[in-house]
Design a binder for this molecule. Structure first.
Ligand SMILES: CC(C)(COP(=O)(O)OP(=O)(O)OC[C@H]1O[C@@H](n2cnc3c(N)ncnc32)[C@H](O)[C@@H]1OP(=O)(O)O)[C@@H](O)C(=O)NCCC(=O)NCCS
Length: 387
């Protein structure tokens, strides 16, 4: 006998159910290709290895947004537009001064991104593509300024005005420290930003797409994404890595520390990936930079401990490092406060979030999956004195 239609539909949903949406194709995208098997990562068809070697972060943003690498004129214009939007609204800086110094930087960033919307000079009802691209430039440029400015304020220093002569990476370090970084540091920052710029439908990007899929605004989309990135299973992992390196403290302790952690069934942060079953292609690039920065600083301990952890975790669990693992020691040698690692991730990933938001809006359909019902059968309402 044929099943009733509703029951057949429920059976199909049960068969399709994927915990954590693993393996579910939820969008068509031309922005970032993650090949977990090879493994290989590319933006708009360009391999990440080539981009890190030959392109700046600004070229990468342009590529993610417009699907082509810019020519010289296009790049100069783009850089000028970005540099012109680095200033923060006075009202926002005033509010930032009132935040408790103990505010976690990701909480400050999430709140400030949301507040940026009230200072957006566009008519909030103007959702045209042109107005949204202008908002993209603003968000892209202002996020690093927010991160740097909050860091200065919470440490009792005055904010540093942006320097339009510097690229995005170098200017960020300048606004953070008040010192113009040397070329190697600026390049390390640029590489870090390039490698984190996009990663297909990761959790925060999906959150951004879901948010604007309701035709909410870009600021809401980026606020959702920042909140999502904060979690230790996503962007928060890099901060956990540096915490772990501090706990380990010396090369000789790596083996026992990791074995004890695994025996307690704890996860080793910066390892494993939903998509890459082999090594995350970004990790070896950052490994090289971790060594390079350690050599330049005359302190290879952080690189060496990381390398030893990698060997032990691979041997014990067959797990490879992901992008968060070596970015921690790179940022450490750049003297970046540890709780700023995830906000910096956001300053990079906002390029990808915005690319995905614009892609979502160009062919929008509300994102609304369904749940498989595992609760009570229908039942009669019980008055309060009978419960
Ligand atoms: C990234 C991550 C969330 C992917 O998760 P996932 O695809 O849902 O995989 P699971 O968490 O279900 O892990 C599968 C198995 O590998 C183990 N595993 C995965 N990552 C591990 C890690 N970092 N340390 C130890 N064991 C790990 C799990 O314990 C699980 O083992 P089990 O089957 O015996 O229970 C996960 O690897 C993780 O939590 N990593 C640490 C956090 C991190 O670095 N996040 C940044 C990602 S870029």
């Amino acid at each position: 006998m044929a099943k009733p239609e509703a029951s057949a539909k429920a059976d199909k949903q049960a068969a399709d159910f994927a915990r954590g949406l693993e393996g579910v194709v939820a969008a068509e995208s031309r922005i970032c290709r993650v090949d977990g098997e090879t493994p290989r990562l590319s933006y708009s068809g360009y391999d990440i290895l080539d981009l890190v070697e030959h392109a700046t972060f600004e070229e990468v943003i342009y590529l993610l947004w417009f699907d082509e690498l810019p020519n010289r004129t296009q790049l100069q214009e783009f850089i000028a537009k970005l540099a012109a939007e680095r200033h923060l609204p006075t009202g926002l800086v005033y509010t930032m001064r009132t935040l408790p110094h103990t505010t976690p930087p990701m909480d400050a960033l999430r709140s400030c991104v949301s507040l940026l919307s009230v200072y957006d000079p566009e008519d909030s009802h103007d959702c045209s593509v042109e107005a949204n691209w202008r908002r993209c430039i603003r968000l892209m440029s202002k996020l690093p300024s927010v991160v740097a400015t909050f860091d200065r304020l919470r440490h009792g220093h005055e904010p540093v005005e942006p320097n339009p002569q510097l690229g995005l990476a170098a200017n960020f370090l300048y606004q953070l420290t008040g010192q113009i970084p040397n070329d190697l540091s600026a390049q390390a920052m640029d590489v870090g930003l390039t490698l984190h710029a996009d990663h297909e439908l990761n959790a925060s990007t999906f959150a951004a797409r879901v948010t604007v899929g309701t035709l909410s605004d870009l600021y809401s989309g980026i606020t959702s994404a920042v909140g999502c990135l904060k979690g230790p299973l996503h962007g928060g992992a890099n901060q956990e890595v540096i915490k772990m390196l501090h706990e380990v403290g010396m090369l000789e302790r790596v083996e026992s520390y990791i074995l004890e952690k695994l025996a307690r069934k704890e996860k080793i942060m910066g390892f494993g990936h939903r998509v890459y079953k082999q090594c995350d292609p970004r990790a070896p690039i950052l490994r090289t930079w971790s060594r390079r920065m350690g050599e330049a600083a005359g302190d290879l301990l952080w690189f060496q401990m990381s390398k030893r952890i990698e060997e032990v975790v691979l041997r014990e669990k067959g797990l490879f490092p992901n992008v968060d693992f070596y970015s921690a020691s790179v940022y450490h040698t750049l003297n970046i406060p540890h709780d700023q690692y995830t906000p910096i991730f956001a300053c990079s990933r906002v390029a990808g979030w915005l690319a995905h938001i614009m892609e979502q809006l160009s062919d929008n359909r509300l994102i609304r999956p369904v749940a498989q019902w595992v609760g009570h059968e229908y039942r009669d309402f019980k008055p309060i004195d009978q419960r």
